[in-house]
Design a protein around this ligand. Structure first.
Ligand code: PMP
Length: 423
């Protein structure tokens, strides 16, 4: 038995499904996860000594790859000279937040939290408190973490496991979450025509990543901005995945839309647990201790976590690697398409910069209803062979993969070869 299988057997006895987050159990692709021993740059080594080119990157945070020396050095310094947490203000958190405000102009004030889930939950509470309204809107197949109000027709692991809405979410709460299809302008106009003045907020992944990568259609986000402005509804861009990923200023910079609030996570923690929500100062000032909307956190803004994020953001600001990420992403996309044609397999690639999904489907994927038509059996076999061929690819048709600054052209070409063999 491999060491991974042995560890998984032990883990299953003491952890539900053997994991601490569902999708990493690889249930949609055969149910045999590999246990990771270490990572370096774009590569992972598992506990059995196999190496992989990594396209998960810890599900998005590792835009600079594993163990970026600047990050490990900064962390060592904090550990040796500062400490891990004080539950008191420190200079490190001010540095990170100033940087976020500089890079994302719509974000005038920020509250740091510890995960993307916390960021979105808190942003929704704030929007409800600010507007005095209860209803919220999300999009079918978008995932915003596992907060009660947001676990309705969610993407990511919920979609991967084919779960209906989660038991445990009170129906009285779920009923306040209105769900419409992504990229459907008519549905949006119809909803706002009927109940716009009752909607506290709309939360959207401006580039969906949790039904697989699905970009917004031209004009869609602008329409959303117009309708929310007209009805006094708070527009929340959930940039947990897209922030600092699709461009330095996130999807809002790329599509030139200014949301009222933005939720962040992943890259802003540089691989450590950090989330954040921020935006218009008049809205943010409703949070305690300035305002009545309560939200707090024992470890929020701890120096260890925020220094990792700050180091990565400073690297991104100094090096602006987004052209390079675009080139690498484009090389991978082209390679996949050529291989798919050569092997006669219907495949459609959606990509925005370094965020990409290879859908086993013939037509373009514009929303979750279309994504669900993908050949998930084929994807499952493909994924198993990719692992055998040394590539750690997202283990679900409904997830995005990520290219990092650490990948080289050679890594991409090896990956394309592996894709050819796996197809
Ligand atoms: N929002 C989006 C867009 C996400 O992709 C995720 C996680 N994949 C979350 C929120 C939740 O973040 P976390 O897993 O850190 O709670």
């Amino acid at each position: 038995m491999s060491k991974s299988d042995d560890l998984f057997r032990r883990a299953e006895r003491v952890m539900p499904g053997g994991v601490n987050s569902p999708v990493r159990a690889f249930r949609a692709v055969g149910g045999r996860p590999v246990f990771i021993e270490s990572g370096e740059g774009p590569r992972l080594r598992d506990v059995d000594g196999n190496t992989y080119i990594d396209y998960i990157g810890s599900w998005g945070p590792l835009i600079a790859g594993h163990r970026l020396p600047a990050v490990t050095n900064a962390l060592s310094r904090i550990l040796q000279e500062v400490g891990t947490a004080f539950g008191a203000p420190t200079a490190q958190e001010v540095h990170l937040v100033e940087l976020i405000c500089e890079l994302i102009p719509s974000v005038e004030k920020v509250r740091l939290v510890n995960s993307g889930t916390e960021a979105t939950m808190s942003a929704i509470r704030l929007a409800r408190g600010f507007t005095g309204r209860d209803k919220i809107v999300k999009f079918d197949g978008c995932y915003h973490g596992h907060g009660d109000s947001l676990l309705v027709r969610a993407g990511s692991g919920v979609a991967t496991l084919g779960l209906p809405d989660s038991p445990g979410v009170p129906s009285a709460l779920a009923e306040l979450t209105l769900v419409i299809p992504f990229n459907d302008s008519a549905a949006l106009e119809d909803l706002f025509g009927r109940v716009g003045s009752e909607i506290a907020c709309v939360i959207i992944e401006p580039v969906a990543g949790n039904m697989g990568c699905v970009p917004p259609e031209p004009g869609y986000l602008a329409l959303l901005r117009d309708l929310t402005s007209q009805s006094g509804t708070v527009l929340i861009f959930d940039e947990v995945m897209t922030g600092f990923r699709v461009s330095l200023g996130g999807a809002q910079e790329l599509f030139e839309i200014r949301p009222d609030l933005t939720t962040m996570g992943k890259i802003i923690g540089g691989g450590l647990p950090v989330g954040a929500y921020g935006g218009r100062a008049d809205i943010m000032d409703q949070i305690a201790p300035l305002g009545p909307v309560y939200q707090a956190g024992t470890l929020s803004g701890n120096p260890l976590a925020v220094v990792a994020g700050r180091t990565v953001l400073e690297m991104l600001r100094a090096e602006n690697p987004y052209d390079r990420l675009e080139q690498l992403g484009e090389r991978l996309e082209r390679g996949i398409q050529e291989m798919a044609v050569e092997k006669g397999v219907p495949v459609h690639v959606n990509r925005v910069g370094s965020m990409l999904t290879m859908f086993f489907i013939e037509c373009p994927v514009t929303n979750f209803a279309v994504a669900k038509f993908c050949d998930t059996d084929h994807f499952c076999k493909f994924h198993q062979r990719m692992l055998q061929n040394g590539v750690y690819w997202p283990p679900s048709q409904f997830e995005a993969g990520f290219v990092s600054v650490a990948h080289t052209e050679r890594d991409i070409d090896h990956t394309i070869e592996a894709i050819g063999k796996s197809l």
